[in-house]
Design a protein around this ligand. Sequence first.
Ligand SMILES: [Zn+2]
Length: 203
Amino acid sequence: MDAGFVPTAPQVGRLIEELNKLPGIGPKTAQRLTYFLLRAPREQAQALVEAILAVKEKVGLCSVCQNVTEADPCLICRNNGRDHGIICVVEEPLDILALERSQSYKGLYHVLHGVISPMDGIGPEDLKTRELLARLKTGQTTEVILATNPNLEGEATAMYLQRLISPLGIKLTRLARGLPFGSALEYADEVTLARALEGRQGM
Ligand SMILES: [Zn+2]
């Protein structure tokens, strides 16, 4: 990759290369960001560097729900105003943000950190399924909502979890209505998500 090679300033090429490794940032955007930062005040660059390092140093996973958090357990798991009997299982932390925006869910969450995807070599053992099972075995849970995305991997993951959870005798539901197949929870609007939650169906 020499898209950003600048003979007189190798450091410019270095930054372009690093930015280019980020998701959704191609060589052109990496170049634009680099030249923006080159002209920006030193304080702005410093703030960006510090924010990145702070995330790496201070943010971890909640030992209960596996969501990203600075306090363990996270604020959602600690909130006694929420229904601790319901666990909504999602693929990624961003899905929690989407569901919280809908303001129609007051239970707890569990983040899998991925989906089963044989094409990418991702099996159930690569997800936070063991942690989920351990939570369910404490006997506090009355309902598990499987809120994986309505696409092939999301469905396969939901089916796997159904087989895993069914023997425990806990009510299982799946978000369905209103979410078009192949879409991602993360991008669904609040009203659609609220309806999908309200209209969840037993499995
Ligand atoms: Zn938590």
